[in-house]
Design a binder for this molecule. Structure first.
Ligand SMILES: CC(C)(COP(=O)(O)OP(=O)(O)OC[C@H]1O[C@@H](n2cnc3c(N)ncnc32)[C@H](O)[C@@H]1OP(=O)(O)O)[C@@H](O)C(=O)NCCC(=O)NCCSC(=O)C[C@H](O)C(=O)O
Ligand SMILES: [Mg+2]
Length: 356
């Protein structure tokens, strides 16, 4: 473990100073595209106006014989596109793959000044982050970068989940963690065959009435990912980094997708992955607080003055703890409003109505 005194020292001579705080930039949707797919690549300039984060994916879902084309495609897209305030991320190949070294060398050297975050798949423990941390510092120094690249880990191995707290705190570069339900299910030997979402067999059933075991016993489907998401959220909050839901693979089922995203939002996640354009508006809707909740939060904050004591609003007790929750919602709304004028208007109108 590094000494706390050295934690914010660069890991290579000439590398930029590590950041001391992870910027809470809007990242409601991390939109995946395959840079080797011409149709997807052609949509990037338009998508950049609609999403908070665009991610050029080099790992799974890119065929082995397209890895180089994806890497080179991302370099050329990054160089030729104006992303405005939209962040550009990439997902590199896994650390044991034959492609990852060239991914990192090429991307940092060629477009290190355009990239914001490097997503690292299949992270098992702090050792994986330490490896990437040092290598990035060396490459940043060689490329003369002034701003350090941040690192995002995917939680998609059983070891990763067991070590999630040490992963979250492994480097000042750690920006966040996403759930990777498909690889995680395989690593845990779960008996599912899906990419995220629930399963009708994972349920609880009400008790029988008398001796009749058959009739009137309602079942409730449970969330397979509750434990992992909750644990990930705690690890991220503890280390001041950001938690995300991951992929929802049933593109057609926009209803269950919205439910799964909302569960993650309510539990503390700041965003999710979007795999198809149809998921972008769902993510925007879910990961932007509802105008009514924002209006309520602002009303509580106004009524609570310095934030101490207790007051009654509409029959509900408010105190130091509830005002803290309201500040989370109000601060998120303020941050999103700077990026999204429509949202800003909706928040202000709802607040005026609530305070009238
Ligand atoms: C899932 C897809 C393969 C579906 O693609 P397609 O069959 O082409 O869908 P459509 O015909 O409905 O597409 C309509 C048009 O939209 C374009 N399109 C589709 N997806 C995207 C996208 N992500 N970005 C930009 N544009 C997109 C199509 O090209 C069509 O265009 P046009 O013909 O001009 O109208 C596909 O969506 C896809 O490949 N998505 C990304 C998949 C991906 O990134 N997977 C990896 C992340 S999930 C994962 O890795 C698991 C995780 O790690 C874990 O372990 O849990
Ligand atoms: Mg995966």
């Amino acid at each position: 473990m590094r000494s706390p005194k050295d934690f914010f020292a660069p890991l290579a001579v000439g590398a930029p100073d590590p950041v001391r705080e992870i910027p809470a930039l809007p990242s409601r949707m991390i939109h995946f595209f395959d840079p080797s797919n011409e149709k997807m690549a052609a949509k990037v300039p338009d998508l950049a106006k609609k999403v908070d984060v665009l991610l050029g994916n080099l790992e799974d879902a890119v065929r082995a014989d397209r890895k180089e084309a994806a890497r080179n495609g991302l370099v050329s897209i990054a160089k030729s596109t104006d992303f405005g305030a939209t962040q550009l991320w990439t997902r590199i190949n896994s650390l044991d793959s034959p492609w990852v070294l060239d991914d990192l060398i090429t991307l940092v050297t060629e477009i290190g000044d355009k990239l914001d975050v490097i997503m690292v798949p299949k992270v098992e423990g702090a050792q994986d982050i330490h490896y990437v941390d040092r290598l990035l510092a060396q490459l940043e120094a060689r490329a003369g970068l002034r701003r350090p690249l941040l690192v995002h880990a995917i939680l998609e191995t059983a070891s990763g989940v067991a070590n999630v707290e040490e992963i979250a705190g492994a480097s000042p570069r750690m920006q966040g963690i996403s759930l990777g339900p498909a690889d995680l299910a395989a690593s845990r030997r779960m008996k599912t065959t899906r990419v995220g979402g629930g399963h009708p067999g994972y349920l609880v059933r009400t008790d029988p009435v008398g001796d009749d075991l058959e009739t009137g016993r309602t079942t409730y489907q449970q969330d397979l990912w509750h434990y992992t998401v909750a644990r990930m959220v705690d690890a991220c909050a503890m280390h001041g980094i950001l938690p995300y839901y991951g992929p929802f693979g049933d593109i057609r089922d926009v209803v269950a997708c919205e439910d799964q995203f909302r569960n993650a939002f309510l539990l503390g996640c700041v965003g999710t992955w979007t795999l198809h354009p149809v998921q972008i508006d769902i993510a925007r809707r879910v990961f932007s607080p509802d105008p009514k909740d924002v209006a309520w939060a602002r009303r509580v904050i106004a009524a609570m003055g310095d934030g101490t004591g207790a007051v009654m609003i509409d029959g509900k007790m408010q105190d130091d703890a509830s005002v803290k929750q309201c500040r989370v919602v109000a601060e998120l709304a303020d941050a999103l409003a700077t990026r999204d004028p429509e949202l800003a208007k909706a928040y202000d109108e709802a607040t005026k109505e609530a305070l009238a």
